[in-house]
Design a protein around this ligand. Structure first.
Ligand code: ZN
Length: 323
């Protein structure tokens, strides 16, 4: 399957911020937000803010509110969404269960969804085949269960639900990383649509939300590159028009570790105490090749300098002492 259909002319360029508020914004997700904003604005486009709090217990609303405050402080504005609202509300995934259920039912009615009773330890057994990024490739253990076997297993355990995937290459052109091909059956296996506790999987929610919010380009971290084939398959099954994708290189600490929320000194809380907003934006723009030195910049001032061709394709090691 090729996904190189140009976005139709009548859809306005719409990018998005889709943070998961399980903590304060940190440099890694801030870098992706900056690139998403610059990419949309350099095409005269708009930005939607969606709060990805599917796991509502891990994502308290107080963090969502702080995310909005941090983005606004940095000058990364949005045109619709978050607590601002807009035509495609709700913008909190925790409030969208009914919307995801409708799409889930469509897949179920086509006979593409089946219950999976495998335990974590079964799935993560040492013998299980793994992808290059450490995910387990599901071998289809529960695909062929008979109705009687399912009824029996249900007495002991609530199942999760998986989507059957085809043995087929899915190829797309990423705006940053170039051509990428994946065979879902070989590289991923049947994937989760819904957890045993009823929470919908990220893959389903993100597709349904990007489609209904009119998102035409998704900019996110390269760690999600391998999710894209799964999402393109869902777009196809649900008859939805996919966006373009651009996966930006991840920021690594000076010692080569991937930055994460555990790096407290890279959280906006600490960065705001040390730097002004233009200082932070200018340093990030420098790290991502958008300017030759780490001079303070506003997001607006960087719009004419932005081009995906300038952004490196490899993960970026933060220069020592930059932050
Ligand atoms: Zn299973």
């Amino acid at each position: 399957m090729q996904n190189q259909v140009p976005v139709s002319q009548n859809r306005p360029v719409t990018g998005r911020f889709a943070p998961s508020p399980s903590g304060r914004l940190h440099l890694g997700n801030l870098a992706c937000s900056l690139l998403a904003w610059l990419s949309a604005k350099s095409q005269g486009g708009r930005i939607v803010l969606r709060i990805e709090d599917l796991d509502a217990e891990r994502c308290p609303r107080v963090y969502a509110d702080l995310l909005e405050q941090d983005l606004a402080w940095l000058g990364l504005t949005w045109d619709e969404g978050g607590s601002t609202g807009g035509a495609h509300a709700p913008y909190y995934q925790s409030e969208c269960g009914d919307i995801y259920t409708q799409s889930y039912r469509k897949l179920e009615q086509r006979g593409l969804v089946y219950p999976c009773f495998c335990s974590r330890s079964q799935l993560h057994a040492a013998s299980a085949p793994h992808t290059s990024d450490g995910n387990v490739i599901y071998p289809g253990t529960c695909r062929g269960l008979t109705p009687e076997e399912i009824a029996e297993k249900r007495k002991k355990k609530a199942p999760a639900y998986r989507l059957m995937v085809p043995d087929e290459e899915i190829t797309f052109t990423d705006g940053c990383m170039g051509t990428h091909t994946e065979n879902l059956l070989r590289d991923c296996g049947d994937f989760y649509l819904r957890r045993a506790d009823g929470v919908f999987a990220y893959q389903l929610a993100v597709v349904v939300d990007d489609a209904r919010m009119g998102v035409t380009e998704v900019v996110r971290g390269a760690d999600l590159l391998s999710s894209t084939a799964r999402q393109l398959y869902l777009y196809r099954l649900l008859g939805l028009q996919p966006p373009r994708f651009a996966h930006c290189p991840l920021l690594l600490a000076a010692d080569g570790r991937r930055l994460s929320k555990r790096d407290g000194d890279q959280s906006l809380e600490n960065l705001r105490a040390k730097y002004t907003a233009p200082e932070i934006i200018g340093k990030l723009a420098y790290a991502y090749g958008l300017q030759p030195e780490p001079a303070p910049r506003t997001p607006e001032s960087l719009v004419p300098d932005f081009a995906w061709t300038k952004v490196p394709k490899q993960d970026i090691c933060l220069p020592e002492g930059l932050f």
